[in-house]
Design a protein around this ligand. Sequence first.
Ligand SMILES: NC(=O)c1ccc[n+]([C@@H]2O[C@H](COP(=O)([O-])OP(=O)(O)OC[C@H]3O[C@@H](n4cnc5c(N)ncnc54)[C@H](O)[C@@H]3O)[C@@H](O)[C@H]2O)c1
Length: 405
Amino acid sequence: MKIGVIGTGQFARSFISLWQKHPDVEAIYACDLVPERAKEHQEKYDLAGTFADVEEMLASDVDSVAVMTQRWTHGSLVLQALEAGKNVYSAVPMAITVDEIKAIIDKVTETGLIYMMGETSYYNPAVVWARGKVAEGAFGRVFYAEGDYVHDMDNGFYAAYRYSGGDDWKKTASYPPMLYPTHAIGGVLGALPTYATSVSCIGIHDDRGDGVFDKDVSLWGNDFSNMSALFGLADGGAMRTNEFRRVGYWRGHESRFRFYGTDSVMEQTGQGATWSIKTEGEDYRKGDTLDISDLFYTRNAQVPEGFGDVDPALMQSFASGTAKVQDRSRLPKEFEGAHNGHEGSHHFLADDFVRAVTTKTQPPVNAWKAARFTLPGVIALESARQGGARLPIPDFGDGPENPAW
Ligand SMILES: NC(=O)c1ccc[n+]([C@@H]2O[C@H](COP(=O)([O-])OP(=O)(O)OC[C@H]3O[C@@H](n4cnc5c(N)ncnc54)[C@H](O)[C@@H]3O)[C@@H](O)[C@H]2O)c1
């Protein structure tokens, strides 16, 4: 396959350099609104070429594109690419409105093209583990689960938004936390075979007063910097997520998950995880609590030079190897020893997209799954704007059955 990468900012390099190693990828091209960035990537990663803009790339013979542009820009670019007959890999989130999400699902249905959203939490070690335990029935009935994405603005985001937004950066640094919900929701619903049907969300108004999260400056009129949402699920259970951008939390699992079942409970914190198991019968003293932190540990790798160069704080995202629970046997051998990222997920994501396109199979996080990871956040923001009103969440169905990759 030939991949055209749209947007070569801070994040694209990690996937470009993995696809460059993948045996089924023939050529990679790049384009960026800032042409020097595309050029720099071409030289550094020895790419096949660059294009002046998206239109020129879509008119070329690349069969697939990867949309790696800013968070709020994905919907229209993805639609443009699908209309041009290209398979699409999209960075998260899928889009930021219900209409855009529906249009992408309609287009994928109509064209049969591959669409994949690159949700890192789907391959987060705690989620991989929980998915397996749910499938085995080890939790009993999971009636409640939590997923949080906790990333303080002072932890690299000021520099990242400055790089991303130029002189006007404060306008977009106020990006509403619930419009970036997939690292939290995608972890819970990446393990549980259900989806969200309603939400009530509380938004916490920012009070730092530095022009970021200021309603008059924000492109979205947004002043919520921390948000907490409670969702009703289709199976009758509940899910809670936190999206925090002002939080005195330094380092560890930025995304963390907790699953409460009738037979056992897994609780992950920023630094570790436990699994509490109830025994048969009535004697609770025979239960067990296991420390399973070690299974999820990935901070065992060096960051390659040039990664996270916008702010050293962001480098931790790339400093991950592979956790014990992540099965590497399915990955191309060329990925052995290559840099990884976001708790060992990048290798799986890069390979998933190539597998999906080359086998013409919708990937695990296809358009329908991506909608279920993204839409709940879009409606949660609306709920917060209405003072926490409980609102219904539209659903576009299961889509094709997920492959067991
Ligand atoms: N854990 C994760 O999954 C994770 C982590 C980091 C970033 N991301 C996602 O990756 C995406 C990129 O993040 P980033 O930090 O690299 O952003 P960035 O702002 O550093 O880079 C985006 C680049 O896209 C370019 N661009 C924008 N519109 C374009 C267009 N129409 N045509 C060509 N180029 C265009 C910009 O000029 C910029 O260079 C974001 O959507 C973000 O949500 C995901």
